[in-house]
Design a protein around this ligand. Structure first.
Ligand code: RDL
Ligand code: RDL
Ligand code: RDL
Length: 153
């Protein structure tokens, strides 16, 4: 089993470095890292990691900016990532942190660090421990900010 890690030079945080740190902390799976300029370059990088470098899951990370053009770019990149998943029948976990999600740089760093680490754990569980995710079904999990929790009845 091998994990692919794709990130961008556009992002203002070294997302790949955080992902590798989390992966090393929780397991000993080997990984391949591939850094591209921006989020629209993520889909083919992820597909190449799956098809040419034998990755069983990919964590694709990037930071859409706050302008309308960036939002459009993020939506297009998302569609590309979904297409790459369907073409390869392999999960690609999309970890996007929109620059305008946070009120300042300090919060942006915090959200990014938390979201990357949480999705790395999701990816490893998708690969090795499906039962753990089943236990969390319907519990209002979020990545980055606080979980919202389930609706109690
Ligand atoms: O293929 C080269 C670029 O077109 C590609 O890297 C784009 O993803 C770059 N890019 C934009 O062109 C843009 O308008 C990015 C953003 N916005 C963005 O918000 N975040 C990115 N890239 O990572
Ligand atoms: O691949 C990992 C995530 O990118 C993926 O699980 C997304 O579907 C998570 N997600 C968002 O990124 C988002 O902006 C979700 C929502 N919004 C949402 O409203 N509901 C979800 N997921 O179930
Ligand atoms: O409702 C508040 C947030 O859940 C909402 O703003 C989400 O869209 C935030 N978000 C993203 O914008 C995104 O690109 C999330 C993710 N990815 C994600 O992977 N997980 C989240 N939120 O919990």
């Amino acid at each position: 089993m091998k994990v692919g890690i794709v990130d961008t030079t556009f992002a203002r945080v070294n997302m790949g470095k955080i992902a590798i740190d989390e992966l090393r902390r929780i397991c000993s799976l080997p990984y391949e890292r591939y850094t591209v300029p921006g989020i629209k370059d993520l889909p083919v990088a992820a597909k190449k990691l799956i098809e040419e470098r034998g990755c069983d899951i990919v964590i694709a990370m990037g930071m859409p900016g706050g302008k309308p053009i960036d939002k459009q770019c993020a939506h297009e990149a998302s569609l590309g990532l979904i297409m790459a998943q369907l073409m390869t029948n392999t999960h690609i976990i999309e970890v996007f942190v929109h620059e305008d999600e946070a009120k300042d740089e300090k919060e942006l760093l915090m959200v990014t660090e938390n979201r990357v680490r949480e999705h790395v754990r999701n990816a490893v569980d998708l690969l090795l421990n499906q039962k753990k995710l089943q236990k969390l079904a319907g519990t209002g999990q979020r990545q980055g900010f606080e979980d919202v929790g389930p609706i109690l009845r």
